[in-house]
Design a protein around this ligand. Structure first.
Ligand code: GUN
Ligand code: ZN
Length: 647
């Protein structure tokens, strides 16, 4: 295995990664322009210098079947042949041999050739599966591709990485199996057989294929979506875990006189008002652009199209950094009915659930019942809905747009529990400051479908009252902070963890100005820190100790090697290569307990990867450690140190 792929930032299944190749580092998500060595429209130098392209893809089969190119590639290598000193991926000619039905090439022959010409990522000659294939045909294409992949593994030489393609037509189970087996064998995985779906705007089926792949693919490898080179599909595809894309369409559209737009495309001939301000467009009037002819027109359109594709990728990356990708995708998907269908099917399938964090940097934009049903928000509402608002027999429902625990007039409460009827749904009062309830932006017309009878009955209340929410400047009573602590612990770590924290003598500290909870202490030792940004807890080492004794192994655990133990104990980052196991239920961004193989607590921290991903990645950060055993004990309060000296 040659792959060096490290996750840097993420938003659910979408991620920004550093992919190292023998010809430089590529930051993903990335769009690889397709270079046809027999007809270059934009020169490789321009791609590199003006467009900042780090990686391209070319077709080894086209080079191979042309005797002159073949000899030059053999002599000079593919980088010099193309005049591109960045990373070069080569495809195997699968698509050509499928379209032209002339299978004139042996799998080993084209694979060896890719290695020989120094391709950074060499692709196994897979067997293309058409959407219309029968189960039998689809299984056959996967089986043959897998066999060919195994056959060429021994032919690997040098620094090249090996890519292989997941086929399987529209059969989800076949795709799932193919993704699982291919991704354990090779450095780089691609999803294939989808070009016909793209061409026919069958985005819903395309999305279900990507979702099936995401369920089983090993996430420590780059995932490429073959032939999806239009900007409109990129946000959804990245959201479902795709890292790399190739585009021949920026040139194909150019030959057809078509101008790509982020939300579609238009004929240059019809253009009267140009909204694009890309470097290709900016120096021409719309009349000048329309009058372009022949090669000049093609070059202009290819440049413009590539700018649109790359700026879409940048928007997506910024959204990942900001935790805004769901917001971007739900907007982008409304540009086209077929895309919207695809978005809805991704929403309904909950395809990204295994990767969705409990909290993000931004809340959700909630406009209607559809944005209310996006999986991370739906999951949060379900989780909050399953938590009983307290232990009283009577329930007070409060109607409120923006209820906040720390501003509530507790004189209304008497000895009842309180749940708030908000536009998002029914939320226990003590969870109203936690993500995503307080952080989301909600359209004033939104009304969630709620059923207060059902809610009160489900939680076993003997009676309930309804009233309007009221605010007060007085701070909540201390016991209400304890209830908030219990509710947030339950929401974040489960009921058992909440019981454990509340079973010891604790006291809370809150802000004098905002009355918001700040910290939870036990005997002068801080257990928990309440994050004002998302209303959830960060664990301190002492809090970790409580959860560690309350929750059975492997709950919340990441297990590290004895080699890494001293570093982690002193508060250093845990890298995935030193993680030997992890709780498979851990989500990215979860608070976790780092333990050694004897389950002794070494540190507390926050995961960057899910439990399953921690086991897959061998590169990069697994857990950002907040506090280790050693650093925690050296930071005892002064009077505790004195006690130690006395004894
Ligand atoms: N290019 C577009 N689709 C495919 C595919 O399914 N396999 C390969 N190898 N290349 C492609
Ligand atoms: Zn433009």
């Amino acid at each position: 295995m040659n792959v060096d792929f490290e996750l840097l930032e993420r938003d659910g299944a979408a991620r920004i990664c550093r992919f190292k190749t023998p010809h430089g580092t590529v930051e993903t998500p990335a769009l690889l322009p397709v270079l046809n060595p027999t007809k270059l429209v934009i020169t490789p130098e321009e791609l590199r210098r003006s467009f900042g392209i780090e990686m391209v893809i070319t077709n080894a089969y086209i080079i191979y079947r042309n005797p002159e190119l073949r000899e030059r590639a053999r002599k000079e290598g593919v980088h010099r042949l193309l005049g591109f000193d960045g990373a070069v991926m080569t495809d195997s000619g699968t698509f050509q041999s499928h379209v032209y039905r002339t299978i004139e090439i042996k799998p080993e022959e084209i694979f060896d050739f890719q290695i020989e010409i120094g391709s950074d990522v060499a692709t196994v000659l897979d067997v293309f599966s058409e959407p219309e294939f029968s189960r039998n045909e689809a299984e056959n294409s996967v089986h043959l591709t897998l066999q060919r992949t195994k056959d060429v593994l021994s032919r690997m030489r040098g620094n090249s990485m090996i890519a292989s393609t997941i086929q399987g037509s529209l059969y989800q189970d076949i795709r799932e199996e193919a993704a699982a087996s291919i991704s354990t064998l090779v450095d780089y995985c691609a999803i294939g057989g989808v070009v016909p779906l793209m061409e026919q705007h069958r985005y819903r089926e395309l999305i279900s294929i990507i979702a099936a792949t995401l369920r089983t693919v090993n996430r420590s490898r780059p995932l490429h979506l073959f032939g999806a080179g239009h900007p409109s599909i990129l946000p959804l595809a990245v959201m479902l875990g795709c890292d790399l894309f190739d585009s021949a369409s920026y040139v194909k559209y150019a030959y057809d006189g078509r101008m790509m737009l982020e939300w579609g495309s238009t004929d240059l001939e019809k253009l009267r008002y140009n909204s694009c301000t890309c470097p290709a467009c900016i120096s021409h009037t719309v009349d000048e652009l329309r009058s372009l002819k022949g090669e000049e027109r093609t070059i202009f359109l290819a440049r413009h199209n590539l700018h649109v594709l790359l700026s879409t990728i940048k928007r997506i990356k910024q959204a990942i950094r900001d935790g805004e990708l769901w917001n971007l995708v739900q907007n982008a998907s409304r540009a086209d009915p077929a895309l919207f269908d695809a978005f809805l099917s991704a929403v309904n399938a909950g395809a990204t659930n295994a990767f969705e964090p409990l909290s993000r940097k931004s809340g959700f934009n909630v406009m209607d019942s559809i944005s209310l049903s996006i999986p991370p928000l739906r999951n949060a509402l379900e989780r909050a809905g399953s938590i009983r608002p307290g232990k009283a027999n009577e329930l007070l429902f409060l109607r409120a747009r923006h209820p906040y625990f720390s501003r509530f007039d507790f004189s209304m409460k008497e000895d009842r529990d309180v749940a708030c009827i908000t536009p998002l749904g029914i939320i226990p009062l003590h969870l109203t400051e936690s993500f995503p309830f307080a952080q989301s932006t909600i359209a004033s017309t939104l009304r969630a479908n709620i059923n207060i009878m059902e809610y009160a009955e489900r939680h076993g209340y003997t009676s309930f009252f309804i009233s309007e929410y009221r605010e007060s400047n007085a701070p909540p009573p201390q016991e209400e902070y304890l209830m908030q602590c219990r509710a947030v612990m339950h929401y974040q770590f489960g009921e058992r963890a909440a019981d454990a924290i509340l079973s010891i003598p604790i006291f809370t500290v809150s802000s004098k100005n905002t009355h918001k909870l700040r910290s939870v202490f036990h005997n002068e030792r801080q257990l928990l820190f309440f994050r004002t940004s998302d209303g959830l807890f960060s664990l301190k080492f002492e809090g970790g100790k409580v959860l560690h004794s309350a929750l059975p192994f492997p709950k919340l655990r990441v297990i590290c090697t004895s080699e890494a133990a001293p570093f982690v104990s002193s508060g250093r980052t845990l890298f995935s290569k030193f993680a030997v196991d992890a709780d498979p239920a851990l989500l990215p961004g979860d608070e976790c307990l780092v333990v050694n193989e004897a389950d002794e607590l070494l540190a507390v921290g926050r995961t960057l990867l899910s439990g399953k991903e921690i086991m897959q990645f061998r590169k990069g950060v697994a857990v950002e450690v907040r506090e280790g055993q050693a650093s925690a004990s050296s930071r005892q309060p002064e009077h505790m140190k004195e006690n130690h000296q006395l004894s």
